[in-house]
Design a protein around this ligand. Structure first.
Ligand SMILES: [Zn+2]
Length: 675
């Protein structure tokens, strides 16, 4: 999911203060320019093999120009262990608020033991009442989007049968393993009539009805726009021994929580989607047949393999455009835009962002192996569906403004990053959200810098870390959505940048590429990432991970006291300075300390930072003027910049902390305003 609004939560209040201050200091324009789209991106001169289809500007009429995609030649072998296979037939009712679905789902036991029960996620039940776990935890808010009185929804299982027609519905029970909340129906357990042996498959036929919510928390309708995310009964992940450090195999099941995203297994999806004739459909995977018209309905047929979810969107208003694109690591992809008409003129910006993201990620981490990538732009007011990732389909932020700033590109770049860190490297978002959000935020910054020259102010971001928490813990263990976001997006990213600062950019790229290559189409855990870091760097990172990943440490250093007194040395007047430096957080390796004297001379000390504090006594011909710890500000885990500097005022003997004025704070943060 996109951190844009998440960041805004943190940044908003500080930003207002800083804006006021910077206006006074003449930096007001610098601030504003961050939110002005100054330069149109260069037209793609890269390996386009097909001209984009030019949409009629601001056309409210749909352009149904999608054609079936040329299937790539069959892959010599599947990219993933295909544990699940879905054949779904779904239709959108004329009211635009209900889905009627039938699915045949086949699940293969990947373990070494017989399995006697299956689990299904029924995510739309999260908004069934105010008493669900999602609603009680989130208070009806996700990011800055609020549930409306019409945001109730449900997924009702109407039938559940074996292929022989035996009804298994009476064997289904709702399950609440996390909190015992009996008003929560987002997870169901099916006791199988007989055990399923290892390697054997079971196919179930399920009929279901979904009442969509008015857009909230990633799904629903807004006017005639539909976002079908997490919309069908989805089988949970059965983790084999060894997966994510498990010693014995078993289901990994959780309810739908206010702060949690998802986790599911790889497989194949064959999905037939019927919508009223006016609608155009965007979906995961590719179209295998031309759009048919049957009884006043449009019928779409989509197919996807080696993916772990399937999402679709529909609207009568989409303005459609596509480009075929290939590059190193991208054998050939059709980038498909489903634009809100208000953004029809911004087509080139979306395309440029998508190509920049794909080409960089493919170059850095590995191939994008799918032949489509769809980008859906929700209409104004439908932001609840925006900024979200699904396999081969992402949603941009809603078309609220006709002149958006770089948040347009940033959101596209972020969500495409999730094709790698979530889509292919399929971490468990319930339990280790930093592995998708932190990695994606890190990668997003790299693309924004490479493609648009926008670099983050990491020191400023570090200063928002007011409530650090362990990165590896269930998403619902964070006390609230702010703490969740602060940690799994921002602190996680800063930890990755800190690792990069320690090992160098080249080595960090090697770490991430190795991690991607080793764990694509698998479910790695934090320990797997640590092992890759250790293998690539040939060093032990236990202490580092224990402090910054498994615990909530930051790495704050402070100049705690300065005392300067005149001394006589063989008749010469000299000054003796005593300086106390403290480590208030975790260890992070040697830390430089700069001493500046009134005659302009400087001395640099390097402290190991291993002890809790260190005291220096220096004799100098001129009085000490100030002391700065980490003067180059390279320690991105130092969340209190304000205590890194102390002025030694004369003539008092005992120095008190320099009261850091606002203008000096700004000076310290110069280069700011670029996150
Ligand atoms: Zn995200």
């Amino acid at each position: 999911m996109s951190p844009r609004n998440v960041k805004r939560l943190f940044i908003g209040s500080l930003a207002a203060v800083f804006l006021a201050i910077t206006m006074q200091n003449g930096f007001g324009d610098a601030w504003l320019s961050q939110y002005t789209y100054a330069l149109a991106p260069a037209a793609g001169s890269d390996s386009e093999v097909m001209q984009p289809i030019t949409p009629a500007p601001n056309s409210a009429k749909p352009q149904v120009v999608q054609q079936p995609d040329k299937a790539l030649p069959p892959k010599p072998q599947p990219l993933s262990k295909r544990i699940v296979e879905y054949h779904i037939n779904v239709s959108l009712r004329e009211d635009g608020q209900h889905l009627d679905g039938v699915q045949d789902v086949t699940w293969t036991n990947p373990g070494k033991k017989p399995v006697s029960e299956l689990y299904f996620h029924l995510y739309p039940n999260a908004f069934q009442s105010q008493k669900t776990t999602f609603m009680t935890e989130s208070h009806g808010m996700l990011r800055s989007d609020k549930a409306t009185p019409n945001s109730n929804s449900h997924l009702k299982l109407l039938t559940l049968q074996t292929l022989e027609g035996e009804s298994l519905l009476p064997r289904l029970q709702y399950s609440q393993p996390d909190d015992g909340n009996t008003s929560d129906y987002t997870l169901a357990r099916l006791r199988l009539p007989e055990e399923l042996e290892p390697g054997k498959s079971i196919t179930l036929r399920m009929g279901f009805e979904v009442k969509l919510p008015e857009i909230f928390a990633r799904m629903g309708y807004s006017g005639d726009f539909i976002m079908a995310g997490q919309w069908f009964p989805k089988i949970a992940v059965y983790e084999t021994a060894g997966t994510r450090g498990r010693t014995s195999e078993g289901w990994n099941v959780h309810q739908y929580h206010g702060n949690s995203e998802f986790y599911s297994d790889f497989g194949m999806y064959n999905v037939r989607i019927q919508v009223p004739e006016a609608y155009t459909v965007a979906a995961t995977g590719f179209q295998t047949k031309p759009v048919a018209v049957q009884n006043g309905m449009h019928v779409y047929q989509f197919y996807a393999e080696d993916v772990h979810d399937f999402a679709w969107a529909a609207s009568p208003n989409f303005v459609y455009a596509e480009t075929a694109y290939s590059d190193k690591g991208i054998p050939g992809v059709r980038i498909k835009l489903y634009l809100d008409p208000a953004h029809a003129e911004l087509k080139d910006r979306y395309m440029h962002a998508a190509k920049s993201a794909l080409s960089n990620y493919a170059k850095w981490y590995g191939s994008y192996p799918y032949n489509t990538l769809s980008i859906v732009v929700p209409p104004k007011g439908a932001n609840g569906a925006g900024g979200m990732e699904y396999p081969t389909l992402v949603t941009a932020f809603a078309a609220d403004s006709d002149n958006p700033g770089y948040e347009l590109e940033r959101t596209v770049v972020h969500e495409i990053g999730h094709q790698y860190w979530y889509g292919m490297v399929a971490s468990n978002e319930f339990e280790e959200a930093w592995l998708d959000e932190g990695f994606t935020s890190y990668a997003e910054d790299k693309v924004m810098a490479a493609a648009y020259g926008i670099t983050p102010n990491l020191r400023l971001e570090a200063s928002y870390m007011t409530d650090p928490a362990p990165l590896k813990q269930p998403s619902w263990a964070y006390h609230n959505s702010n703490q969740y976001a602060e940690n799994v997006y921002m602190r996680a990213k800063l930890v990755l940048v800190d690792i990069e600062n320690k090992v160098g950019v080249k080595m960090m790229n090697r770490i991430l590429r190795t991690y991607f290559q080793k764990y694509k189409f698998k479910h790695p855990a934090t320990t797997d990432f640590q092992r890759v870091v250790e293998q690539v760097t040939k060093a032990n990172w236990t202490e580092y991970f224990n402090q910054y990943v498994y615990s909530n440490r930051m790495a704050d250093f402070s100049v705690d006291a300065i005392e300067v007194k005149p001394v006589n040395q063989e008749g010469d007047k000299q000054y003796e300075s005593t300086i106390l430096i403290k480590r208030n957080g975790g260890t992070t390796g040697p830390i430089p300390i700069l001493l500046k004297f009134t005659d302009g001379s400087t001395r640099t000390k390097v402290w190991s930072g291993d002890e809790s504090h260190i005291q220096y006594t220096e004799v100098s011909p001129a009085p000490l003027e100030w002391v700065s710890v980490d003067p180059e500000q390279t320690n991105v885990l130092d969340n209190k910049l304000i205590n890194n500097f102390m002025l030694a005022e004369l003539p008092n003997d005992t120095r008190t902390r320099w009261n850091l004025g606002v203008s000096n704070l700004i000076k310290g943060l110069l280069g700011a305003f670029g996150w």
